[in-house]
Design a protein around this ligand. Structure first.
Ligand code: AHR
Length: 356
């Protein structure tokens, strides 16, 4: 493979990326087959390499098969990759937005293989169904790195490493928080009716958060899960699902939204139905991700708590690539530390420092 290791640029790449993640960029409107990023001048004043010859030149070519642009989290994740994998930092990024469709991601990976990229990075829409295309990448000698969501493959030599959040732990942290919150409100023994707006069914973020919460439900016989439905990690679908829950049940105490954007839609539905939510409202609303808009929602008194899922994986994947370039071994599974935030905290101060 024709690559140049630009290890001195790694620290600069990470610093630039972390700084840049504070600003939002409109989601890229790309479709399979994968498009190449806008041309820029390569390091040392060389001409950038044409898209049709992506593997040539001095840059490390990285194809990123992104899920889509369904949430604020995803926008921050895309920005993290775009600001890390720049030509100034020694990379050529080929970015593909799969619009939440696995078949588009498979097409993108095949396109990356055809273009002879140096590395393929995938944030898989769902966990299963990847063996064939990963075998093709392996056959072509292209290392695959997974980021964010996990794949369920029988042969883990099909990918080099995975970096992301511990989704089961996020769900369990949510359940523990809810138990403490209800206890503090004197409702620890009360029958609590819940509904869940799940993420994209089969995505490891959905599977893990649902499982983590189920573990906590098993510890609290007075908690009753009335219904779970997918909101596909979008605000519009989150609102639609909540509207239908509110029509079916008039005694919902808690709504668990498997991402912040679904919660924003659910809150709109609750208000439209003439109910209230948040710490002083009828319905407790909790969600995952902890994007800036979730802090605004907590400050407005609508959302009770948000459980962090860190999207800033660009520098983490760059570090894995640099280690592989240097012939070092990398940890196969790399979990990112994550926190949670609720209305008992100084949210204005945290929001002022928040990167995404
Ligand atoms: O895989 C991470 C999840 O995907 C985030 O919670 C969500 O916002 C995104 O769509």
């Amino acid at each position: 493979m024709k690559r140049k290791v630009v290890s001195a640029l790694l620290i600069a790449a990470m610093t630039l990326s972390l700084a840049a993640c504070g600003s939002k960029e409109a989601p890229a409107d790309t479709q399979a087959p994968a498009e190449t990023e806008a041309p820029a001048e390569a390091e040392g004043g060389e001409e950038e390499t044409p898209a049709a010859d992506a593997g040539s030149g001095e840059l490390i070519t990285v194809g990123y098969a992104q899920v889509g642009a369904e949430s604020d989290w995803r926008t921050a994740n895309t920005e993290s990759f775009k600001s890390t994998f720049t030509e100034e930092n020694g990379y050529k990024l080929i970015f593909d937005d799969a619009q939440q469709k696995q078949e588009n991601q498979i097409k993108a990976i095949r396109s990356f293989i055809q273009q002879e990229v140096d590395y393929i990075v995938v944030a898989p829409v769902v966990e299963t169904g990847w063996e064939t295309v990963l075998e093709e990448a392996k056959e072509a000698g292209i290392p695959v790195i997974l980021s964010d969501r996990m794949m369920d493959v029988s042969d883990d030599s099909l990918f080099e490493a995975w970096v992301g959040g511990n989704f089961v732990k996020e769900g369990e942290t949510c359940g523990d928080w809810l138990a403490d919150y209800l206890e503090a409100a004197g409702r620890g023994e009360e029958e609590i009716n819940m509904v869940t707006i799940q993420g994209t069914i089969g995505a490891s973020a959905q599977v893990g958060r649902t499982e983590g919460m189920a573990n906590k439900l098993a510890e609290h016989p007075n908690w009753k899960m009335l219904e779970m439905q997918s909101g596909e990690f979008t605000q519009a679908k989150g609102q639609e699902v909540m509207e239908s829950f509110l029509k079916s049940y008039d005694d919902i105490d808690v709504v668990i939204c498997e991402n912040d954007n679904e919660a924003f839609g659910a809150i709109d539905a609750i208000k439209a139905a003439g109910k209230t939510c948040g710490p002083d409202g009828d319905i407790i609303v909790v969600s995952f991700d902890s994007v800036k808009a979730a802090f605004e929602s907590m400050i407005a008194g609508d959302l009770n708590a948000t459980f962090e899922c860190n999207p800033l994986h660009g520098p983490r994947v760059a570090e894995i690539i640099q280690k592989l370039e240097a012939g070092e071994t990398v940890d196969k599974i790399q979990y990112v530390d994550e926190a949670y935030f609720d209305t008992s905290m100084d949210l204005e101060a945290i929001l002022a420092e928040r990167a995404y």
